[in-house]
Structures are given as structure tokens and as C-alpha cells.
Design a protein around this ligand. Structure first.
Ligand SMILES: *Cc1c(COP(=O)(O)O)cnc(C)c1O
Length: 345
């Protein structure tokens, strides 16, 4: 364990921001990425005309580092985040950052903040948040020529304070997260801005989040708030194929683990009515791995899809959740080579 760790109640951490010692930054200017710079300031100095502030040239990523059972720090599948970060840059006309530079920044920001990596056994981990912004001053609608990538870290608790408990979600056709051929498949802040009203509405009605239907026909299941969706039935893991979904690295990993466990895996349209045929349903993403769903209420039709009444998640979701967390915490063999062990000196 790291010496001089901050005096934090690791077990009580929530998923929220806390300043740490350092962040790292890299600027693209005159056609090239500069050196990785280390900053101890939690602020950025930016032109008031920067394109990120006016025209949404912004994207982000989210991944975690875990202090394992063997005392080593593992970073989970960061090359996948690097590749997605490139697609997000391309989708907003920003400069893509090379995979190797992205990974170098991730390693560096974790190493600089090692004392904030939560101890093994607390359920907490170090959340890494990379972001890219256009920083050229413009008032005309045109992409910037200069970009900045910043990576910050913050220790976060297990997403579920009360444990791994199923939640209630709702369907409403009054809102879309993204447009049919819009920016749904890339990780940009604008998608989140556009989803806040619907998310608040769902919360006000007592739901954990809103299950979006496909924005074109409203016939198929799309995403569950800012997380992917999967259902389980007849030994099959089913997850939507849709151009308006953000390809989740957690979902990618769960599909592999499902296959390893002998389940069939299907990635295809899921008609809303099919929800009644699933034995289990869950959301998935980096923050919580799996957020099992107890019940889906369709606010427009009055239909209710109930997956558990005992407050316990189903066996397949539980097995997948335990397996993936086990790999991340070094408790299970990492057969697919998903974790990079950080060299600490
Ligand atoms: C980040 C994100 C996810 C989850 O992706 P992971 O790589 O599993 O963390 C799912 N949906 C949306 C809209 C997201 O932004």
C-alpha cells in the first residue's frame, strides 16, 4: 500500500469529484502534440472564445485503476478508451490523440497520484477522466486548430452504497438522448447536456434512470441513461445493436465473459415488447460494472416489466459482475490480458 495516503474514509466514498495532487495536460499546436505537462492546478486558463465553450468541441473518457489483491495497481483496457477517444475526436472535427500518447498520459497521471489509489478491499478505485477540448479562439463556426487533452483523477467509491441492488427505470417517448444519425456513438459532453432534462424527470418520478428507445422509430431498446443495456434469457446475453448507442467497454468485456461462461451472445435490435421475455435485465458501464434492473415501467403504455421482486439480482448478472470485478481487482486470472499492471517506480 502507498505511504502517506490521505486520511479518507475510503469505504464511504461516493462517485464524486475530489481534487488530487496532480493532473496532466498535452496541447496540440502548429500541427504537433507537445510534451506531457504536469500541473498541480485544478483550473484551466482558456480563451473566452475557445471553440469548446461555444461550439461543443469537447469529448471525454472514463476508466479506472484498481489496487489489487496482490498490492499492484491495474489499469483496465485503456487502449480501448484510447481508440474510442480517437473516434470521438474525429466525430467532432478535433485532433485525434495517438493511442500510445493517450496511454502514456494515463500511466503518468496515475503514478503522480498513487497515494489516492484506494486500498484493496475498500471497494473504491481511482477514476481517470481524460477530456479533449478545442482551444482556438473563434466566433465563426469552424473547428479549432489547437486542442488540449487533460487527464484528471479522483478516488471513487463503489457505485452502490447499499451493495449490488436492482433499480427501477422508466421508458418515455418524450425524450431522445441523441439523433438517429447524430453523435450517440461517440462520447461527447453535448450528449450529456441533452440528456439532463430527461434524467431529472426520471429521478423526480422515483426512477434511477430513463431507458431510451431508438430515436428514429421508438421501437427498439437503445441505452439506459448513460449506460448500455443487456438482457438475459434462455442462456443468451442480448444487447442492442444500434448506431445511436455508445459502444461500452464494459459491455464489450461482459460479452466476452458471457461467451467464456458458455452463454450465447446476441447483439441485435431489441423490440420493446421483447422486454417481457427476459429473465434478467441490467445496465452496464465503468462506474458500476452492472446496475441490475428490478423493473422497467413504460410511462406511455402503462406496461411493467418486472425482473425481480426479492431485491436480489439474477444469477447470470451476478456471475458476470463478480467475474469482471475479480479480474479488475486481480482476484481472477486475466485471461484476455485486459489489465495493465502499473510499474510504480
Ligand atoms: C461512457 C458511456 C457508457 C459506458 O461505457 P464504458 O466504456 O463501459 O464505461 C455507456 N453509455 C454512454 C452514453 C456513455 O457515455
Amino acid at each position: 500500500m502507498e505511504k502517506n495516503q490521505p486520511d479518507l474514509n475510503w469505504e464511504d466514498l461516493t462517485f464524486s469529484y475530489m481534487p488530487t495532487d496532480y493532473n496532466v495536460r498535452c496541447t496540440y499546436r502548429d500541427g504537433a502534440w507537445g510534451p506531457i505537462e504536469v500541473s498541480d492546478s485544478p483550473e484551466v486558463n482558456l480563451s473566452i472564445a475557445a471553440t469548446c465553450l461555444h461550439y461543443g468541441q469537447e469529448s471525454f473518457e472514463g476508466l479506472k485503476a484498481y489496487r489489487g489483491k496482490d498490492g499492484k495497481v491495474r489499469i483496465f483496457r485503456m487502449e480501448e478508451n484510447a481508440k474510442r477517444f480517437i473516434r470521438s475526436a474525429e466525430g467532432t472535427m478535433m485532433q485525434p490523440m495517438p493511442v500510445e500518447l493517450f496511454c502514456e498520459m494515463v500511466r503518468k497521471v496515475v503514478k503522480l497520484n498513487l497515494r489516492f489509489v484506494p486500498p484493496y478491499g475498500t471497494g473504491a478505485s481511482l477514476y481517470i477522466r481524460p477530456l479533449e477540448i478545442g482551444i482556438t479562439a473563434r466566433v465563426g463556426v469552424k473547428p479549432a486548430t489547437e486542442y488540449m487533452v487533460i487527464m484528471l483523477v479522483t478516488p471513487v467509491g463503489p457505485y452502490f452504497k447499499t451493495g449490488f441492488k436492482p433499480m427501477r427505470v422508466c421508458i418515455s417517448r418524450d425524450y431522445d438522448r441523441v439523433a438517429p444519425k447524430g453523435t450517440g456513438s461517440i462520447k461527447v459532453g453535448g450528449n450529456y447536456g441533452a440528456s439532463l432534462v430527461a434524467g431529472e424527470k426520471a429521478h423526480d418520478l422515483g426512477y434511477a434512470s430513463l431507458l431510451y428507445l431508438d430515436p428514429k422509430e421508438k421501437k427498439y431498446v437503445d441505452e439506459c441513461g448513460a449506460a448500455n443495456f443487456f438482457g438475459v434469457k434462455d442462456g443468451t446475453y442480448v444487447t442492442p445493436a444500434s448506431p445511436s448507442i455508445l459502444p461500452s467497454i464494459t459491455n464489450l468485456s461482459l460479452r466476452q465473459l458471457a461467451e467464456d461462461m458458455g452463454l450465447k451472445v446476441e447483439q441485435r435490435h431489441i423490440p420493446v415488447e421483447e422486454l417481457s421475455t427476459f429473465e434478467e435485465a441490467s445496465a452496464c458501464g465503468t462506474a458500476a460494472v452492472c446496475s441490475p434492473i428490478a423493473e422497467i415501467d413504460d410511462l406511455d403504455t402503462g406496461a411493467k416489466y418486472v425482473y425481480t421482486t426479492t431485491g436480489e439480482p439474477g444469477p447470470v448478472t451476478t456471475a458476470l459482475y463478480n467475474k469482471l470485478r475479480g479480474i479488475q481487482w486481480g482476484e481472477e486470472p486475466d485471461e484476455h490480458g485486459w489489465c495493465e499492471i502499473l510499474e510504480e517506480d
